[in-house]
Design a protein around this ligand. Structure first.
Ligand code: 4AZ
Length: 252
């Protein structure tokens, strides 16, 4: 029994997403727990029958007990449900230090939704500039001490890409295939949290949303100088394109 008191006023900070089709690529992973499927983490629709998520979200999970669900901003009504045909965890994923925390999920039928673009080399100069604005989406907790493990409604929050030197993380923990993003809004440190992992960190580039990161880990949630850590999607675009057989750049 979790006796922690819920001291959260209201992802940590940010706003609820009110428009149901604002982020049509936002997806979720559910897992059979006893008799019922329960929400576990975020996922991102990237085209054809493929989704991205964090590798740690699939650890010790059987694909026959997993669903991918999407299509609205409330977990109470997600009209599209898919079974998982195959999961591809990155071959160099390390569950201890969360290096290469990325996985691809292939579902069992066609997906009628607009995918997000994944970055490729011609965008590399735009994706990870320090100080640039990005956004993270998720159903995760609104503070580390929350007694609920997730929210029922999708939230979004604006973050900025933060240099490692501005954080308290030991350099050796943050590889070149990760980046940090955080922000302070009205004096409050905003962040991703438990339940947001596997979900998208996106950036508007030339009027399109581009998937720059996957929510991976962090030391607590909303702690000053300990921003969220994201898997750098650009580092994996060749791996993704090979598995998904996307032609051209990114998934287009
Ligand atoms: C988690 O447990 C988690 N503050 C995700 C993101 C962050 C921390 C923890 C970032 O899935």
């Amino acid at each position: 029994m979790n006796k922690m008191i819920n001291i959260c006023k209201r992802i940590v900070g940010g706003d609820f997403v009110n428009e149901s089709n604002k982020y049509p690529f936002m997806a979720t992973i559910w897992y059979l727990d006893g008799e019922e499927f329960k929400f576990k983490s975020g996922a991102i629709y990237i085209g054809k029958r493929y989704f991205l998520t964090a590798a740690h979200c699939l650890k010790n999970r059987e694909i026959i007990r997993m669903l991918v669900r999407m299509g609205d901003t409330s977990l109470r009504r997600l009209p599209m449900t898919f079974r998982v045909k195959k999961a591809f965890t990155h071959p160099n994923f390390n569950g201890k230090n969360l290096q290469n925390d990325i996985a691809i999920i292939e579902v069992d039928k066609d997906v009628k939704a607009e995918p997000i673009r994944i970055p490729c080399d011609h965008l590399k100069d735009n994706c990870y500039n320090l100080g640039h604005k990005v956004k993270v989406l998720g159903f995760g907790k609104d503070c580390a001490a929350s007694s609920q493990d997730h929210l029922l409604d999708l939230k979004e929050v604006d973050l900025r890409i933060v240099p490692i030197e501005e954080s308290k993380y030991h350099r050796s923990l943050i590889t070149n295939d990760m980046f940090l993003a955080g922000n302070t809004i009205n004096g409050k440190t905003v962040d991703a949290c438990t339940g947001d992992s596997g979900g998208p960190c996106i950036k508007m580039i030339r009027q399109n949303w581009v998937l720059v990161g996957v929510v991976s880990w962090g030391s607590g949630c909303g702690n000053k100088n300990l921003p969220g850590v994201y898997t750098k999607v650009l580092s994996y675009h060749n791996w993704i394109r090979n598995i998904c057989k996307f032609g051209g750049c990114g998934n287009h």
